[in-house]
Design a protein around this ligand. Structure first.
Ligand code: ME8
Length: 521
């Protein structure tokens, strides 16, 4: 186990919608990266959960004739159940209605109020109800509408509590300038520096209970509840035992893990995470996150997949039909991280057939079927290997290092392209060496052993390297290679050679071929 731990988080999803492929994308990514970091020997904690307060939830609950908590609980369970059904393994499922979170938010607010970071003032501004925030004059489009919701502003005059966010502008700029790799990909850093080129205003952190009741009451004024973003962002250290108390007074807080926090978010919530959140951390005396990884949107028919547009793909049904490995592989392989991607059934099925069924799946079955039929189902001797075998293994054994480098940099699609190139190199080697012909000639048994044995060693490497993306399939592959269980081997074992004479398992059919489904109506 290496010393530097990893803390990986997804956004906390609003419970006014049911989980769709967009949410699954963020959760699958964070799950994959958590598996990868764990396999690399890092102590890793992975948090996801639900964001349950605010006007949107209050309104939705009322529409359904439920109390906000009843409504939020039912939908939070849907998210938790979806991730479970998909075999995702978060360590923490965090809900912003849990008692410990309410206490933490109130303690943090009290702390900031005591230190003079919060003040009370009347303000008249242009409010967007969809965004649940005042937008500055620059943040309306040429027609004067909210660019995200295409709605006009509501002018609101209200007395509220304010966090002195503006005071942190220079510190925040200095932070990003001296830590340019915090926001990834770098194009999003430019966007953030663009926000920071404008004067940074203070942040309104309360809502009067006359307008909104469903929130965490301010500890110093019960006529107000906490602004939902100020509440929700605090989940991240909350998941590690932070209690909102001054530095040094949070005994259960895992500060080592917090210092290594990586947040996965979508580009829609860049401003709240890259501006509001670090200034809150600075004011509370906590270290700023290590990385903010920003994805683009999954689009359907060129529009952001979202419940309100009705263009969603349901991730649980999809994983039941195609397998979670396939979904995970497709999203990471197809989408250059940070960019938008249009979801189309044709591209999905073609990718799975080409790279999983006809790729690693077919390579596995053709290599192992010959091993079972013609070599007694055992790992053959390695003595008869020559230059071609050495060249193939050299290429495959270079994969763990380059794959890890790309994965760590968030270039998942490149890492998986390299994986695919190694599979193709093995396929070419099979075509060149024709093991099916060698198997027909008893005088060539030794040569056949050299060829199949080399493929077995290559398959082992591939199975270790791709485990975080294809955990089910690669676990089954390792059992076929003779492992007692699908347990994940440490990354350092990726270039081990399979022991001569050891028994192979049954030949698996790892990835089936699929037909392109008719688009759901
Ligand atoms: O914003 N494509 O919650 P949310 C890609 N509660 N990713 C998508 C997506 C799509 N079509 N749709 C959603 C919130 N996402 C707040 C977060 S965090 C303290 C509070 C993903 O339910 C993407 O990661 O609207 C996005 O940032 C997140 O879901 C927003 O989920």
């Amino acid at each position: 186990m290496t010393s530097d731990p990893r803390y990986i988080t997804t956004p906390l999803y609003y419970v006014n919608a049911k989980p769709h492929l967009g949410h699954a994308y963020a959760t699958l990514l964070a799950d994959t990266v958590s598996r990868f970091e764990r396999q690399r020997g890092h102590r890793t904690r992975f948090l996801t959960g639900t964001d349950e307060h605010g006007e949107k939830i209050q309104t939705k609950a009322k529409e359904e004739g439920k109390s906000p908590l009843e409504f939020a609980t039912a939908n939070a369970k849907l998210f938790e159940a979806a991730w479970q059904a998909m075999g995702l393994t978060p360590d923490i499922f965090y809900r912003t209605t849990q008692a410990s979170h309410v206490k933490l938010v109130q303690a943090a607010l009290q702390q900031l109020k005591d230190r003079g970071e919060i003040y009370f003032a009347e303000y008249e501004g242009k409010y967007c109800v969809g965004c649940e925030r005042f937008r500055t004059d620059q943040e309306w489009d040429a027609e004067g509408l909210c660019p995200d919701h295409r709605t006009p502003p509501v002018v609101r005059k209200e007395a509220n509590y304010w966090f002195k966010m503006g005071a942190y502008q220079q510190r925040l700029l200095d932070f990003y300038r001296s830590n340019p790799d915090v926001i990834r990909p770098a194009s999003y850093l430019n966007e953030v520096l663009g926000f920071l080129a404008q004067p940074l205003e203070d942040l309104c952190i309360s809502r009067p209970t006359t307008r909104l009741e469903w929130g965490i009451p301010l500890p110093f004024d019960d006529k107000y509840v906490t602004y939902v973003w100020f509440d929700a962002l605090l989940n991240y250290p909350g998941g590690l035992g932070y209690e909102g108390k001054p530095v040094g007074q949070n005994p259960g807080f895992d500060e080592k893990l917090w210092a290594e926090a990586t947040h996965f978010i979508g580009k829609d919530i860049l401003k709240t995470h890259a501006i509001y959140w670090p200034t809150m951390l600075m004011a509370l005396g906590l270290p700023v996150f290590r990385h903010l990884n920003v994805s683009g949107y999954i689009l359907m028919n060129s529009l952001k997949m979202s419940k309100s547009l009705g263009n969603i793909v349901e991730p649980v049904t999809m994983s039941e039909t195609f397998g979670v490995d396939s979904l995970r592989f497709f999203l990471l392989r197809e989408v250059p991280y940070g960019g938008d991607a249009n979801f189309a059934w044709e591209a999905f099925v073609n990718r799975l057939n080409a790279e999983l069924a006809n790729g690693i799946g077919n390579l596995t079955s053709r290599s192992l079927t010959i091993a079972v039929k013609s070599l007694g189902g055992k790992v053959p001797a390695k003595a008869a290997r020559g230059d071609a075998e050495a060249a193939l293994l050299k290429q495959v054994h270079a994969l763990p290092e380059s794959f890890a480098k790309e994965f760590e940099a968030g270039r998942y699609h490149i890492a998986l392209t390299q994986f695919g190139e190694c599979v193709r190199a093995c396929d070419l080697y099979v075509n060149d060496n024709k093991p099916w012909a060698l198997a027909k000639d008893p005088a060539q048994t030794e040569r056949l052993g050299a060829v199949i044995g080399t493929l077995i060693d290559a398959l082992w490497t591939l199975s270790v390297v791709a485990d975080s993306v294809l955990p089910n399939g690669m676990g089954r592959l390792r059992v076929a290679l003779g492992e007692a269980s699908p347990e994940v081997p440490a990354w350092s074992r990726a270039t081990e050679l399979r022991p001569e004479g050891s028994a192979l398992g049954e030949v698996p059919r790892l990835f089936p071929r699929f037909e392109i489904p008719k688009e759901p109506a």
